[in-house]
Design a binder for this molecule. Structure first.
Ligand code: LLP
Length: 429
């Protein structure tokens, strides 16, 4: 059985799938396939669901959202969030450049990541980012040197590895002892004390991120208690923490998962922080997937239906280079036929791409009523879809469009084949 998540911004009208007021068939016809389709309304509603918890009724701010743009970094998406007042969580100088190009303000940027280069530190210091989230003493030492050479003081926060199990896929859990991320819990105080001695680093915060696609709240509360405990301990040794960054990680529904609703999730954490007596802290959320995941889908066309000895294959024009998640994590994405095909017989297919790898599949054992030339929508593809795509097999990356009511905006052109090798050179004769 194919289970479809509850969606906002996408719906079936007169038996045809629509993005807001535009039929997906029209988008496929105008822009071709494979094409990523995003709903502005879904993006906006998800952001506002966080804001509903982050703002008190009197307008005072309890917390701020820093969108983890690795989930989807198209400039139009960043611009939608920037206009709504979002900050950003970046992990590279490339992402910083995108924020600036999309109209985001650098003083609302936090710079995460375990391996920042010197050049990236220089770019972020010169732009004036809000904070560097640091993960090791060597990184701290390097930032202090780089900031010193520029005569700038870097605002820093240390990422704590709280050693809690987020109960998610092993590739996307990040806060366990065996993960490469963060500073081991027992070393945190000593690392802050080392940071306090660095003349070009100013301690402003503490942060943690325990994983992604987390559908339960208890691991967050466990991590939060451990971090709050550290804040008190730091205070005891004279180190004042101004902001607490709780990371991202809230899961979405791909099929029948039931993660907490965004506002409930954010309220629970903020209420917990206040109840424990830490209401004076500035709180940051770093959500990625929960803002964009269900605000996008990938539109694809069936090239061939190929009956096999043990399986039937539905070969489509999208592939693992467009959407890596199934191949990489065996992730489930619901797949639907965008037109009413009730006349076709239902057949169970593996939906696969044209790439020369057996791992190139997008869905397995899916019952579909389809014919060659029909279009399918691969749902919940707004997060870690386009951003993880590649040019494997010299395939140009997909086009991206954003629907706003009855208007469709092309927000990234399909890559041309020539552009794929434009930077390559053959040896001189
Ligand atoms: N903050 C930090 C420091 C992170 O490392 C991440 C994601 C986030 C925030 C946002 O997490 P989210 O709210 O999106 O769960 N490619 C994988 C997910 C990798 C997540 C990496 N870190 C996937 O497709 O499932």
């Amino acid at each position: 059985m194919s289970l479809i998540p509850q969606l906002n911004g996408f719906s079936i009208k007169n038996n045809n799938w629509h993005a807001e007021d535009v039929s997906l068939a029209n988008i496929a016809q105008e822009f071709g396939t494979p094409t990523y389709v995003y709903s502005r309304k879904a993006l906006t509603d998800a952001f506002n669901a966080y804001e509903a918890a982050c703002l008190r009724p009197n307008g005072d701010r309890r917390a701020r959202v820093h969108y983890a743009m690795k989930a989807n970094s198209n400039l139009a998406i960043l611009n939608v969030f920037a206009k709504l007042g979002a900050g950003f969580d970046i992990v590279s100088a490339g992402e910083l450049a995108r924020v600036l190009a999309a109209g985001g303000s650098p003083d609302k940027v936090v710079f995460s990541g375990v391996g920042k280069s010197k050049a990236e530190m220089v770019a972020a210091l010169q732009a004036g980012v809000k904070c560097f989230n640091l993960e090791s003493i060597p990184e701290l030492t390097r930032l202090n040197e780089v900031a010193g050479s520029l005569g700038i003081k870097a605002r820093i926060s240390l990422r704590v590895n709280p050693d809690v199990d987020p109960k998610t896929h092993p590739y996307i859990s990040t806060g366990l002892k065996g993960n490469k991320f963060g500073i081991a819990y027992d070393d945190v105080i000593a690392t802050y004390q080392a940071a306090a001695k660095m003349p070009f680093c100013e301690i402003v915060g503490i942060d943690c991120h325990i994983g992604s696609q987390i559908t339960e709240i208890s691991p967050y509360l466990d991590a939060l208690d451990r971090v709050l405990h550290l804040i008190t301990a730091l205070n005891g040794v004279g180190i004042k923490i101004r902001h607490l960054d709780i990371g991202g990680g809230l899961g979405i529904s791909y099929t029948n998962e039931t993660p907490p609703a965004i506002t409930d999730f954010a309220n629970t954490l903020l209420n917990h922080i206040e109840a424990k007596g830490y209401g004076h802290l500035e709180v940051l959320f770093e959500p990625g997937r929960s803002l964009v995941g269900n605000a996008g889908l990938l539109l694809t066309t069936i090239e061939y239906l190929k009956p096999g000895e043990t399986k039937n294959f539905c070969i489509v024009d999208a592939a693992m280079n467009d959407l890596m998640r199934p191949a990489m994590y065996e992730a489930y994405h619901a797949i639907v036929s965008i037109n009413d095909k009730s006349a076709s017989p239902e057949v169970t297919y593996d939906i696969v791409g044209p790439i020369c790898e057996s791992g190139d599949w997008l869905g397995r054992d899916r019952p579909l009523k389809v014919a060659q030339g029909d279009q399918l929508a691969i749902l919940s593809a707004g997060a870690y879809g386009f951003t993880m795509s590649s040019n494997y097999n010299t395939r140009g990356r997909a086009a991206e469009v954003m629907v706003d009511g009855s208007t469709v905006h092309l927000i990234r052109e399909r890559e041309s084949i020539e552009s794929l090798f434009a930077n390559e050179k053959i040896l001189p004769a």
